[in-house]
Design a protein around this ligand. Structure first.
Ligand code: NAD
Length: 481
């Protein structure tokens, strides 16, 4: 059995305690490796290494930092197939999806921020001829990056890459549920000869390892992606220590479909926005609202297409959905399907676990539910699985009331060919991201993040680089007047 190791001070090491935790392949419901059960002693070693690595790393010329990061990009691209398979086994997602999306985007994260840091400019203000004020941005020091299980390498690198590019050194923790690609990344960093201590990866649980990163006095900022309840805990712990915080949290995203939409394009994309990665993407649209004249046609066609989706072995080509990431999450999703029925909903298709190819893994059929009011628990709480509800609406005001009724505000999708309405609705939706006639199209230069209980701070673009810096205003007097 493979024992995953921490990556501290440039070396792979076992945890100080010598204890390991089981790591499951969700499509087989089997333990296939173990991860370090790290505690505050491992985190302290990682922070020490990062502190020592900070002065040389932060003073590197930006071209040299670019070169160092690009070596990692090339190795990720070289190992794309192996990384995709590892991610599929670890997470349960179809290997084709990992090959097309997760791993290329992990490489793109490093490439984008390695390049962006060479173009970061600082503002200067001429104060009526009397002074020039300029903004100096200096890397914060040691920062903590904590990521979830749903897009393991993609979201891990989405945090690490801007931190390294900004000149910080990093102590990072992937989810204990999907540690494998972070472990493979640490091996690639060794091969790329990243200087020891610049990136440290400590594996373990949230309450033990994650909280030790958040609480460590020398960790100056926390970039966190995960659930809203965890984000609340981190905010409470970090606020009195005045750490910088970026929190990307849960969602309950609306998908609003007007009758004048481009029907075929909407239908095809709505299948993806509902069930990609088994619905385990924070940006999936789980509440589908359809304008009444289109509702019956949509209901018939959508259910027919959902029935045709193949839930299969994630390692096989041609599986549209793979396994749910863990037993606990599998049971949570099934409990929400029960709740939906108890609340009066009708399951139009799906709703049950499936035994795929005798694998005994944690699989759930893609599920469509109708007949629920917008304010019931099923329509208000994040399920984070292959479960969507559909509901008709009659007016723009009505659907915006439904869309904005939840505590979350991460992403949203609007389908209409009416240009004026598209912009009007986009401005009124309470969400950090609005996709009009598309979904999951990402430009890494744009701000990314949620409003309301979906988080605070924006990742992406120069904003992400600036997050990892301290801003200083320097005022130079240039005239005696
Ligand atoms: P989670 O909050 O349980 O865990 C996320 C990470 O935080 C893991 O690495 C975990 O070990 C760690 N953690 C847990 N408790 C901690 C603590 N007390 N201190 C420090 N770290 C701690 O979330 P999850 O179940 O892994 O991921 C699913 C959630 O992530 C969903 O709510 C989903 O919407 C959200 N998510 C949000 C985005 C976004 O960009 N907004 C993207 C992906 C996932």
């Amino acid at each position: 059995m493979l024992d995953i190791e921490n990556y501290v001070d440039g070396k792979l090491t076992a945890p100080v305690s010598g204890h390991f935790i089981d790591n499951f392949d969700p499509s087989r419901a089997e333990v296939y490796s173990r991860i370090p059960d790290s505690d505050e002693r491992d985190v302290a070693l990682a922070v020490d290494a990062a502190r020592r690595a900070f002065p040389p790393w932060s003073s590197l010329a930006s071209e040299d930092r670019f070169e160092q990061m690009m070596r990692i990009v090339r190795l990720i691209e070289r190992d794309l197939d192996d990384l995709a398979l590892a991610e599929s086994i670890d997470n349960g997602k179809p290997v084709g999806l990992a090959k097309r999306v997760d791993i290329p985007r992990a490489a793109a994260n490093f490439r984008f921020f390695a390049t962006a840091q060479m173009h970061l400019a600082n503002e200067s203000h001429d104060t009526s001829g009397r002074a020039i004020n300029y903004t100096l941005r200096q890397p914060l020091g040691v920062v903590g990056c904590i990521s979830p299980w749903n897009l393991p390498l993609y979201l891990f690198t989405w945090k690490i890459a801007p931190a390294l590019a900004a000149g910080c050194t990093v102590v990072a923790k992937p989810s204990e549920v999907t540690p494998m690609t972070a472990y493979l990344l640490s091996k690639l960093c060794i091969e790329a000869e990243l200087p020891p201590g610049v990136l440290n990866i400590v594996h373990g649980t949230g309450p033990k390892t994650g909280s030790a990163i958040v609480s460590h006095p020398d960790v100056k900022a926390i970039s966190f992606t995960g659930g809203t309840a965890t984000g609340e805990w981190i905010a409470r712990e970090a606020a009195p220590k005045f750490k910088k915080l970026s929190l990307e949290l849960g969602g309950k995203n609306p998908n609003i479909i007007f009758a004048d939409c481009d029907y075929e394009s909407m239908l095809e994309t709505t299948l993806l926005s509902s069930f990609s990665n088994q619905g385990e993407i924070c940006l999936c649209g789980s509440r589908i609202f359809v304008e009444r004249p289109l509702y019956d046609q949509f209901r018939t066609d959508f259910v027919e297409r959902v029935k045709a989706l193949k839930t299969g072995d994630p390692r096989a080509d041609g599986s549209d959905l793979g396994a749910i990431v863990s037993k606990a999450h599998f049971e949570k999703i099934l409990s929400y399907i029960d709740l939906a029925q108890a609340e009066g909903g009708t399951v139009l298709t799906g709703g049950r676990p499936v035994n795929v190819d005798g694998l005994n893994g944690w699989f759930i059929e893609p599920t469509v539910i109708e007949g629920l009011p917008f304010d019931c628990r099923t329509n208000q709480e994040e399920i984070f699985g292959p479960v969507v509800t559909i509901q008709p609406f009659d007016s723009e005001d009505e659907v915006l009331g439904y869309a904005n009724s939840v505590r979350y505000g991460l992403a949203s999708t609007v389908w209409t060919e009416n240009l004026t309405r598209a912009h009007r609705v986009a401005a009124r939706i309470e969400a950090g991201i609005v996709w009009i006639n598309c979904w999951l199209l990402r430009d890494l230069r744009t701000p990314f993040g949620g409003v309301k209980d979906s988080g605070m701070g924006r990742e992406g673009g120069f904003e992400a680089l600036r997050f990892f810096t301290e801003e200083k205003n320097v005022c130079v007097r240039v005239s005696s007047q």
